[in-house]
Design a binder for this molecule. Sequence first.
Ligand SMILES: Nc1ncnc2c1ncn2[C@@H]1O[C@H](COP(=O)(O)OP(=O)(O)OP(=O)(O)O)[C@@H](O)[C@H]1O
Ligand SMILES: [Mg+2]
Length: 277
Amino acid sequence: MSDALLRLDGVGIRFGGLQAVGDLSFSVRQGQVVGLIGPNGAGKTTAFNLITGVYRPSEGRIELDGRDITGWAPHRIARAGIFRTFQTIRLFYGQTVLVNVLAGLHLQTRQHWWQGLLGTPFQRREEVELRAKVRELLARLELDTVADEDVASLPYGLQRRVELARALIAKPRLLILDEPAAGLNDQESAALNRTILAVRDQGISVLLVEHDMNVVMNVTDNIVCINFGRKIAEGTPEHIRNHPQVIEAYLGKDDDEDDVQAPVSRPAHLAAGGGGA
Ligand SMILES: Nc1ncnc2c1ncn2[C@@H]1O[C@H](COP(=O)(O)OP(=O)(O)OP(=O)(O)O)[C@@H](O)[C@H]1O
Ligand SMILES: [Mg+2]
């Protein structure tokens, strides 16, 4: 247990009368891809907002590398190595891909704001270094050909990849992705799978919310399923795929006891990606 990179212990938050997340415990080890799944409104994004410091938990403890980060401000958590993408795209439209990805580096720059105004040699040298670093990452993500284009002109799948690049450029220890495959076509989501696995192979841990079971079942080592803010199952993709409570949470409970139409087999979106690999 001590080898956990991220650990949540009994984490919860209430919004008025609603327990959006309650008693949530799980961990992510270094180099592991963990999926967080659950029906709409289950509390997945809220859990991410708790981990990244957008919300302060009303109970429980969050640790990064054994260090208590509960209640830390978002910028401090980012500095500690947790970076994220958002459920809806947040890019600077009207700016190039390069500039958007550079923005992900601002936490790392050593320069002070006044050096930017003066345009000191130090600042210029650092700028050149940073741009080279960004171009290298863009090449790895096959974004180099669009580096100087306005992000607004790119197809949706590439915009998503630019967001990923912006999070990766900061060399996170933990990458948190909120529905990265939403809106992607099959080819784009297959490319996303490869990217996630490549990220993991660099030793970066990934925590992923995703409804696309082709992504979830094929890239995760471990899955945590929540419903109404609480964990209902945890385990390997194979375990989760066949878990009765998970299937029920996705199907919804059938009110009509006599309805013989209720499928015995799992829902299609859980069955997707059944081949594993
Ligand atoms: N800031 C907030 N204030 C009040 N209620 C909130 C707030 N944020 C989320 N909620 C509520 O908490 C619950 C969990 O929402 P959340 O967005 O975390 O779900 P989700 O699992 O990400 O759903 P989806 O799959 O639709 O993205 C919902 O009932 C939502 O309405
Ligand atoms: Mg969400």
